[in-house]
Design a protein around this ligand. Structure first.
Ligand SMILES: NC(=O)c1ccc[n+]([C@@H]2O[C@H](COP(=O)([O-])OP(=O)(O)OC[C@H]3O[C@@H](n4cnc5c(N)ncnc54)[C@H](OP(=O)(O)O)[C@@H]3O)[C@@H](O)[C@H]2O)c1
Length: 257
């Protein structure tokens, strides 16, 4: 697939970081963009009007089940509307994520925080994906990208909750893949280490909770963190490729551009 025209993209977590970078790029292209974030972003509305993108911003806390039920219905309506334009491809990118609560296993006692991380990182993607698959039944090309993490593939001290949610994403992607939904490709994609507000959070986590902090401070100091706009460009390019989904558990660093 070589053109962005007439694609429909659903994207979560567009207020900052990687999600904002992807949304900004998608809003500058033709097609339809449906976002689910806690805040509506006026800058995206402006970018979409310049880029002739049909933009629907849905305000929702992805950790709130009741609000998410209503948002899923709004998403379905927006998808139904976009499908009347006979898009060449419909895609959903599950980007919103939380690294907190960070603590070693014997101090992980904040039930609300653990629950919120699971809700945002894996429950909401599973739930929204079901609605996406139902709403796009019969579409000729459906693509799902879960923004996972290297943390889902390697245990990291203090990241018990984060690693568990990202590992869950990987397994979930494999299940969707083996179920062979019509015209559907999926990957769970590690995006690399990116200079976003999440990295700031990581660098300010107390050392007693996160002893690996120095590694991330060093990466920032050495200027080796990827920049969000470049990672966004790469992820959107991968999503567009003809062989998208051939590798279900994937990593942006394994691709050439
Ligand atoms: N940065 C990295 O180095 C890195 C590495 C590996 C994987 N990742 C993954 O990449 C994705 C994006 O990360 P990032 O670095 O861009 O993170 P970020 O800067 O912290 O941004 C996270 C986004 O998720 C949204 N979000 C969080 N909780 C939400 C909720 N309850 N409801 C709705 N939206 C919510 C945030 O919105 P609010 O502004 O409303 O909080 C924000 O838009 C995440 O899944 C992360 O795990 C990042």
């Amino acid at each position: 697939m070589s053109t962005h025209e007439n694609t429909v993209t659903v994207l979560t977590g567009c207020t900052k970081g990687l999600g904002l970078a992807m949304a900004t790029q998608l809003a500058a292209q033709a097609g339809s963009l449906i976002t689910l974030s806690r805040l509506v972003m006026p800058a995206l509305t402006e970018a979409a009007s310049k880029g002739q993108t049909r933009l629907t911003q849905i305000a929702v806390d992805l950790g709130d089940g009741q609000a998410l039920e209503a948002a899923a219905q709004q998403m379905r309506q927006a998808i139904a509307q976009a499908l009347t334009q006979k898009p060449t491809s419909v895609r959903i990118i599950h980007n919103a994520g939380l690294v907190h609560p960070v603590a070693p296993a014997d101090r992980q006692t904040d039930w609300e925080a653990i629950n919120m991380a699971f809700n945002v990182n894996i429950t909401a993607p599973i739930f929204l994906n079901a609605h996406f698959l139902q709403a796009t039944e019969g579409a000729p090309d459906r693509r799902i990208m879960l923004i996972s993490s290297g943390a889902g593939r390697n245990g990291t001290h203090g990241w018990d909750v984060y690693c568990a949610t990202k590992a869950a994403m990987d397994r979930y992607a494999e299940v969707v893949d083996v179920e062979k939904h019509a015209n559907t490709r999926i990957s769970s994609m590690a995006p690399g280490v990116i200079d976003t507000p999440m990295q700031e959070t990581i660098r300010t986590t107390p050392l007693d909770k996160f002893p690996n902090r120095q590694r991330f401070e060093d990466m920032k100091a050495q200027g080796v963190l990827a920049q969000a706009p470049e990672t966004a460009r790469r992820l959107l390019a991968i999503l567009q490729r003809d062989d998208y989904g051939r590798t279900v558990i994937d990593d942006v660093r394994n691709h050439t551009f």
